[in-house]
Design a protein around this ligand. Structure first.
Ligand code: KG4
Ligand code: ZN
Length: 342
């Protein structure tokens, strides 16, 4: 009997469902929420409401695309956190109802662990290349920036993390300063392609060990723009591409400087990226460059699996199902989860 896992993700502003069969991705559906764009960020109340509207059509579509009936499912996995409480409650309540109705186990998944385990998803008929254990993962999303030693599917240790803003937040906040809509990260990436990353220099933070900090950079960028606008009110429009390229280069260097340090400290040369910011072209290019320079074996998820999705929840659900790590029907989501993904 194949193991069929339905994954449900609703931690922020994407409602997603996916089906994985024995580790192979059969469907991956995401409904993003346009409604937040005009507010310049995610509005939690509106996100919960949109999840409520989207969740049944999205799950229905995921099952139909996979060609799997509810009766053929082995378990339902859902994001238990971290994330927005109102958003998490929609996905977890739906998953519980689904598990109860189908008489199948429920699996609670840590969203961050899931971003990392996306590297173990296989596609039908494709010979997969996967990281070997232990590997180092740079997990960069809108809410988190972490360096993680991955010892096994469900055995991970955080060795560095941001002390303030996340890398995605730095992209989004700098984009906002330039008047770009939310989420600004992908737009900064797009404009950076036509710009010169050396046009403007921004100071990189001096933070101990393997930790990160991005709030100083965001403030420095804000003051830099404010001062230039005093001299020239068209400064942003005249320099948009160079500004995007320069801020992107700085963020990417901050990220990879610590990654290089982590590789030296741990002796690990198998390196993976995960999380929404791993979609960034500059970061991807730099990773490939560093791979050649240091002899690293680098793994970068395809774009649709970098940003929030339910395929990552389903594959993590699959590993937890195999390990018999089930959640009770009384489990409740948590906006924050304790470290090391336990
Ligand atoms: O992992 P994710 O989809 O959601 C969270 O778990 O936070 O990450 C979203 C973050 C946002 O900050 C978004 O701006 C950023 O990832 N992002 C990017 C790119 N695509 C998404 N940042 C820079 N360049 C991109 N191409
Ligand atoms: Zn995420």
């Amino acid at each position: 009997m194949p193991v069929n896992i339905l994954g449900i993700e609703s931690s922020c502003d994407d409602t997603a469902a996916a089906v994985v069969q024995d580790g192979i991705l059969l469907s991956n559906i995401v409904a993003d929420q346009e409604v937040h764009r005009k507010y310049g960020g995610v509005v939690p109340e509106l996100a919960s409401r949109a999840h409520q509207q989207n969740i049944i059509p999205v799950v229905d579509q995921a099952l139909k695309t996979a060609g799997i009936t509810p009766g053929e499912l082995s378990a339902v996995a859902f994001t238990k956190g971290p994330g927005l409480m109102g958003s998490l409650l929609v996905g977890s309540s739906f998953a519980k109802g689904f598990a109860l109705a189908g008489g199948i186990p429920l699996v609670g998944v840590n969203h961050l662990q899931a971003h990392i385990l996306v590297h173990f998803l296989r596609h039908p008929g494709v010979e997969a290349s996967m990281p070997s254990f232990p590997f180092l993962c740079l997990l960069v999303s809108g809410g988190h920036t972490q360096l993680v030693v991955v010892k096994d599917f469900l055995d991970m240790k955080i060795i560095g993390s941001t002390i303030d803003d996340a890398a995605g937040e730095a992209f989004d906040k700098c984009a906002k300063v330039m008047g770009l809509p939310y989420p600004g990260g992908p737009l900064v990436d797009r404009y950076a392609r036509d710009g010169d990353g050396n046009a403007f220099a921004f100071t990189k933070p001096l933070i101990r060990e393997l930790d990160y900090s991005f709030s100083g950079l965001k403030t420095a960028f804000l003051y830099f723009i404010r001062d230039r606008l005093k001299e020239n009110e068209d400064f942003i429009s005249h320099n948009r591409d160079n500004l995007c390229a320069s801020i992107q280069k700085t963020i990417v260097e901050i990220l990879t400087d610590k990654l290089e340090k982590a590789c030296i400290q741990t002796g690990i040369k198998v390196v993976a990226l995960a999380g929404g910011v791993s979609a960034n072209t500059g970061l991807r290019e730099r990773m490939n460059l560093l791979a050649r320079e240091h002899g690293w074996k680098v793994f970068i998820p395809e774009i649709s699996l970098s940003t929030d999705n339910a395929a990552m929840i389903a594959i993590t659900g699959y590993f937890k199902y195999r390990a018999k790590e089930f959640a009770g029907l009384d489990s409740a989501p948590m906006a924050r989860l304790p470290g090391d993904f336990s």
